[in-house]
Design a protein around this ligand. Structure first.
Ligand code: PMP
Length: 458
């Protein structure tokens, strides 16, 4: 019946029942009706290539036939048990997920969202270390609960209300915007040299950023800390990358002070980065705690925290972990189907192949257009940072970015936005896309930019 609702009626209902802070993309928000794999369809039947996949969530494609079939079957058997009873779907899932993680990361806690996963990870780090202070990067995003909001250092999300205590931010070693540059030191098929013109194999930038990190550890937190939260590539901040080798050294510094290294794989996990299944593997590090959500169940609410038996034991001494919905048979059946599809359809390999192909094509556009400052990322987590010009590298004004964003939508391409100034386009489609889809996206973007430059020149 909802399909018969007129667009204007939906807008009225939105105004009436939702708060203005619950914003939507576009001056005329999209009213969607259906999705199939990498495609979305609006109420009028217009088709869009979805290159943001529900904010990096629909990992294997909208309404993937196998995932849907498994979900429907499980729905007819049992939805929910609560953690008080066992169910084979839950245990089978735990076995499948843990097989994808290295020793000693074998203990799994199932929850419902990325924020919940990071909340729990923070409690674990504090319980195990007996310390309070936690650090995270500026520009990082780890959730919207009061605890995780203090870890999320993206200005527009922060509140002027008190939230979790003991969280400190530190400089993000952003190799594009950071003071020492170093884009040539990042793990991406696309490199740019902006401020640091040293030889391609020189990684002095990393050392400078490490000095900053040490400075935070020496000045802003207690001698011993509980943990360090980090995304392998910053998602909300627009696929911001760090110099190669940075995390390895940073982890050593954190561990010297008794802290846990917590890797937030909410956007980077499940093969999206192509070369590896997990983002931490691309940095050559072994975390103490890994959090995951979004793509874990292709859009069904599910999240997980994976840690070592020792850390889990420390948590257990302080807390009886309970979560009403976390890891229901439904969620676990879907999570298992997602893992199977990633493997059967070689989606990690596809992310690598199509992602690299697309990154290189976007890098060509960067060379053509003065207003593309940087193209970066890995696999199918890509950022295109828009600037006024390549010399100042000031963010392109928001109205211009919005216009480009809308024009892409009008030509049938949906992409995301991110970055502190909302200046970066985010490309993170379902991992099932083809090179033809990538070609379409690049060509839409090119023609939109040509039109934009013509308008500006008038
Ligand atoms: N971590 C990261 C890296 C995220 O991108 C997000 C969501 N954007 C979260 C945590 C929080 O996840 P959720 O919205 O499911 O609470």
């Amino acid at each position: 019946r909802y399909q018969s609702l007129a667009y204007s009626r939906v807008l009225d209902m939105h105004k009436k029942h939702f708060s203005p802070v619950q914003t939507a993309y576009f001056s005329e928000p999209l009213l969607l009706h259906q999705g199939h794999m990498e495609w979305l369809f609006d109420y009028q039947g217009n088709r869009y290539l979805d290159f943001f996949s529900g904010i990096v969530t629909v990992s294997v494609g909208h309404c993937h036939p196998k995932v849907n079939a498994v979900a429907q079957k499980q729905m007819g058997c049992l939805w929910h048990t609560s953690a008080l009873f066992f169910h084979p779907q839950i245990h089978a899932y735990a076995e499948k997920l843990s097989a994808l993680l290295p020793e000693p990361l074998k203990i799994i806690f199932l929850v419902n969202s990325g924020s919940e996963a990071n909340d729990l990870a923070m409690m674990m780090a504090r319980a195990h270390s007996n310390n309070m202070d936690v650090i995270s990067f500026r520009g990082g995003y780890h959730g919207s609960s009061p605890y995780t909001l203090s870890l999320s250092n993206v200005g527009s999300y922060r509140m002027t209300l008190s939230s979790g205590t003991g969280c400190q931010s530190t400089m993000c070693p952003d190799v594009f915007r950071g003071p020492w540059g170093g884009s040539h030191c990042r793990d991406s098929p696309v490199q740019t040299v902006r401020k640091c013109n040293c030889a391609p194999d020189c990684c002095q930038a990393k050392d400078q950023y490490i000095e900053q990190f040490k400075d935070t550890l020496n000045t802003s937190v207690a001698k011993s800390i509980a943990g360090f939260f980090v995304e392998p590539i910053q998602g909300v901040n627009g696929a911001v990358q760090y110099p190669k080798g940075f995390l390895k050294e940073a982890f050593e510094l954190v561990r010297e002070r008794g802290g846990m290294c917590i890797v937030d794989e909410v956007q980077t996990g499940f093969g999206r980065l192509g070369s590896h299944f997990w983002g931490f593997q691309t940095h050559g590090v072994l975390p103490d705690i890994v959090t995951m959500a979004k793509g874990i169940a292709n859009g069904f609410p599910m999240a997980a925290v994976v840690t070592t038996p020792e850390i889990a034991k420390s948590l257990g001494k302080r807390l009886w972990h309970f979560n009403t919905f976390g890891g229901s048979p439904m969620a676990c059946a879907i999570g298992s189907a997602v893992l199977e599809v990633i493997k059967e359809e070689h989606l990690q390999e596809n992310s690598h192949e199509v992602g690299t192909y697309m990154l290189l094509k976007f890098a060509k556009l960067r060379d053509e257009f003065e207003i593309i400052g940087d193209v970066r990322g890995k696999g199918l987590l890509i950022g295109i940072e828009m600037v006024k010009d390549k010399i100042s590298c000031q963010p392109l004004p928001s109205e211009e970015v919005s216009q480009i964003h809308e024009d892409c939508k009008d030509m049938g391409l949906l992409i995301g936005r991110g970055g502190i100034f909302s200046q970066t386009f985010r490309i993170a489609p379902s991992m099932c896309i083809s090179k033809t889809d990538a070609d379409f996206a690049v060509e839409v973007f090119r023609s939109v930019l040509i039109r934009h430059m013509e308008r500006k020149a008038k």
